[in-house]
Design a protein around this ligand. Structure first.
Ligand SMILES: [Zn+2]
Ligand SMILES: [Zn+2]
Ligand SMILES: [Zn+2]
Length: 220
């Protein structure tokens, strides 16, 4: 019997520059130490940590999100993580995929598929390649009325389509949008659930236009 080292390919999309970041992950290396993927632009990174558990070993992933100001944490069973099939990790508040694992070629194919999607989206603002995405600066949101306008427009569209979910029965939420520096905050005036979204770059603002739904969260 040949014992094959379990290996998979892990990838995420950098929320800052839009590049796909990919790395092979080996089970022996992962069980010895944390694996960190970092984007070439040095603005984002994701981590994978092996959680030792005799019966059901797991992998804990911390992934930055294009929409959410804070990264998302996922705990995935090691057997799923090291499977060849494509495994997509979605943002819990929107419907976008923030990370993928699987066999290298499948992950590559998924990255180019989602990159095309992103570029198609950005073409509306005259961007035809990810290299043309303006790099974000600290006061982008204040300076760029286009970002503000795009974010407001995207959120109003979601609202008018009834695609925002909160603690209220469907269709009864009453939403208020406010902008605070590089964040857009959408809050339901009835149930007080809210969600902060990044609104600090044109790429994020335009990606918001593609959202099919947005879920607010209870305030703690
Ligand atoms: Zn980057
Ligand atoms: Zn998210
Ligand atoms: Zn509500």
């Amino acid at each position: 019997m040949i014992i094959k080292s379990k290996q998979t390919t892990l990838a995420y999309r950098c929320p800052s520059c839009g590049a796909g970041v990919m790395s092979a992950v080996d089970i022996f290396k992962l069980s010895a130490d944390m694996v960190k993927l970092k984007c070439d632009c040095s603005q984002s990174s994701m981590t994978a940590v092996y959680v030792k558990d005799e019966k059901n070993p797991k992998v804990r992933l911390t992934v930055p999100c294009i929409f959410c100001p804070n990264p998302h944490t996922f705990t995935v069973s090691s057997s799923i993580f090291f499977k060849d099939e494509l495994f997509l990790l979605p943002c819990p508040y929107s419907d976008i995929t923030v990370a993928v694992t699987g066999e290298t070629d499948r992950v590559k194919a998924e990255l180019s598929r989602s990159e095309l999607e992103l570029i198609e989206l950005l073409e509306k603002s005259g961007i035809s390649s990810l290299d043309e995405i303006p790099r974000k600066t600290d006061n982008d949101a204040e300076q760029n009325p286009e970002i503000v306008e795009t974010v407001l427009h995207a959120l109003r569209m979601l609202d008018s389509e009834g695609s925002i979910e909160c603690g209220c029965p469907k269709g009864e939420g009453d939403y208020e949008i406010s902008l605070n520096g590089g964040e857009a905050i959408i809050e339901c005036k009835r149930c007080k659930q809210k969600k902060a979204l990044r609104a600090d770059s044109l790429m994020q603002a335009h990606a918001l236009l593609e959202l099919d739904k947005l879920t607010l969260e209870p305030t703690t």
